[in-house]
Design a binder for this molecule. Structure first.
Ligand code: MN
Length: 193
């Protein structure tokens, strides 16, 4: 079968991704994530002073049905807002079709997944460890370490990303900095469908 792309190789790091022309880079700051941290007062207190970068990501998305693989990389900085660790917005794959693979590159993170039937699962993400994400589960990543947490991701082309549901309802659980380290607690503001 005819293919739309030529073979290529690419180092998995920000410098290589920045200079790879088809790749798009995005930066998410605290002001972009106002609705995603549980401590709204802490968010506003920080934004009076500055607007820190929470994470950045690179992605190359194919738009060819049945051909190609989309891929990207995410780098979440270390830090907390209130007691909640820096996190990615998280999303559903609209329609629930299309699974995804994450591979840890650097640092120490968590992957939180939940489904509309009430399952909520949290997986450790470490360098050289992969996580398989079923397409029906929303997914978010959280940096629970003291250095950058980054991972590589691969997903099928033409997935529609639904960020609005998470912005409205949140995730069932929060990951906060406790007295002996990261703690996973119920999200009092969560209200599913
Ligand atoms: Mn995804």
């Amino acid at each position: 079968m005819e293919s739309l792309v030529l073979p290529f190789s690419l180092p998995i790091n920000p410098e290589a991704f920045n200079s790879f022309v088809p790749m798009k880079q995005f930066t998410r700051r605290l002001s972009d994530l106002r609705d995603h941290f549980s401590d709204r007062q802490a968010v506003e207190n920080i934004l009076v002073v500055n607007d820190p970068v929470i994470y950045e990501y690179w992605e190359m998305e194919y738009d060819a049905p049945g051909r190609g693989l989309s891929f990207g990389m995410t780098r979440i900085l270390p830090g907390v807002i209130g007691k909640e660790y820096y996190l990615s917005r998280g999303h559903f794959h609209a329609g629930g079709d299309g699974d995804e693979l994450y591979v840890g590159l650097k640092g120490r993170g968590l992957l939180m997944l939940y489904s509309k039937d009430g399952q909520c699962v949290t997986l450790d993400m470490l360098p050289d460890k992969m996580c398989y994400i079923p397409g029906y589960m929303a997914h978010r990543t959280i940096n629970i370490g003291t250095e950058d947490f980054s991972f590589f991701s691969i997903w099928p082309p033409r997935i529609d990303h639904d960020y609005a549901t998470i912005a409205q309802y949140g995730f069932p659980k929060l990951v906060v900095s406790g007295s002996i380290g990261p703690e996973i607690i119920e999200n009092p503001a969560f209200h599913g469908d």
